[in-house]
Write a protein that binds this ligand. Structure first.
Ligand SMILES: [Zn+2]
Length: 355
């Protein structure tokens, strides 16, 4: 097995959703943006017609520092070099032909994520005393699932927004080690596997490609674009942050949610409502309607259009209608150590139970 072999991972899960085929990928970025907004209306109708999952639960994994210059890209005024983010996992369940199906989205193995070149370097330069103050490990993926009464054997699918920092060997096993999730398949955009097989220098700091070389190819399912995985549960291609980026789009009792790492806070999709110093003014000055989480500058306009796509898909928050139902899977979290980065509005979680 090599990384190149992974690109041949099987397909065959879910149903392809074609609303965004109307976006012409060869058109100008400005034209694509207009087409994205129109196609989002069609996609929303298509998704709503498929029903809703039986339950959606959010669980915190780890809170840790992240550079302001990436997370609130060129918008925040704070002198603090870091802000605080909380990584979350989502558990989505639905019934298919009488059998409960379980998808775990963003099950970051945060212990092994620390070996990512960028984070390994950052940790090496952070004194342990400071680390213990700014890093909070809430629970591991398996502890969170245990708390929900879900056995690892019950998990059918794992998926990430993209594979930056991820080492999935513990979850899906390798040719020589057992899988913690013996029945789960990893759903990943084929473009992400292609990128990882041949990383560009602008991307290399964020991946751990060596950890993918001894995976078993049958444990992966490659997706080509937008796919309906279960009723009201879709993975949608949102390229930019990574070229094989995908967002989770969910139909719940509160309407439609978009979940990804393309932005760190719901207010980044409506920066005019942000009280983070600098953000609203920067968006106004530069005539930007969204503030990206950008650590990989190779495809900024694609990422911008992808975030607008999520904004167009999501309904407005039931708690405060100024903000879209965008759940950042790594969400900006208030921290006394990082002044000038306090979010105006925190989503915190999605809770949904049908019937
Ligand atoms: Zn990333």
């Amino acid at each position: 097995m090599t990384l190149t072999d992974l690109r041949d991972a099987g397909t065959g899960v879910g149903t392809r959703l074609d609303a965004f085929d109307a976006v012409d990928k060869d058109a100008s970025y400005g034209m694509q943006l207009r087409q994205v907004r129109e196609a989002a209306e069609v996609f929303r109708r298509d998704l709503l017609a498929t029903g809703a999952p039986s339950s959606v639960t959010t669980k915190d994994l780890v809170t840790l520092p992240y550079p302001v210059r990436f997370g609130l890209w060129r918008a925040a005024l704070t002198p603090s070099p870091y802000l605080s983010i909380t990584n979350r996992m989502l558990v989505i369940r639905w019934v298919d032909a009488g059998r409960t199906r379980t998808l775990v989205f963003e099950p970051s193995d945060h212990e092994r994520g620390e070996y990512t070149p960028y984070f390994a370097r950052m940790n090496a330069h952070t004194p342990a005393r400071l680390q213990s103050r700014v890093v909070t490990r809430h629970a591991t993926v398996l502890e969170n699932l245990g708390g929900l009464g879900i056995a690892p054997e019950e998990v059918d699918y794992l998926a990430f927004d993209h594979l930056h920092t991820q080492d999935v060997r513990r979850w899906v096993g390798t040719s020589t080690t057992e899988a913690a999730f013996p029945n789960a398949k990893l759903l990943v955009q084929r473009k992400e596997l292609e990128a990882m097989a041949d990383l560009h220098p602008l991307q290399r700091q964020w991946y751990q490609p060596d950890t993918y070389t001894d995976l078993i190819v049958d444990r992966l399912i490659a997706l080509d674009g937008d796919v309906l995985i279960g009723p009201g549960v879709a993975l949608v291609a949102t390229p930019g942050h990574a070229l094989g980026n995908q967002s989770l789009i969910l139909h719940t009792s509160d309407g439609i949610w978009a979940v990804s790492e393309n932005a760190l806070a719901a207010e980044c999709l409506v920066p005019e409502h942000s009280r983070i110093p600098g953000v609203a003014k920067s968006a106004r000055t530069w005539e930007r309607e969204v503030v990206l989480n950008s650590n990989t500058p190779e495809a900024l306009a694609d990422q911008y259009n992808s975030l607008v796509k999520e904004k167009a898909l999501a309904d407005r928050s039931q708690r405060d209608s100024r903000f879209p139902q965008f759940l950042p899977s790594s969400e900006l979290t208030p921290s006394p150590y990082f002044p000038g980065t306090k979010p105006t509005f925190v989503q915190g979680s999605i809770t949904h139970r049908s019937g």
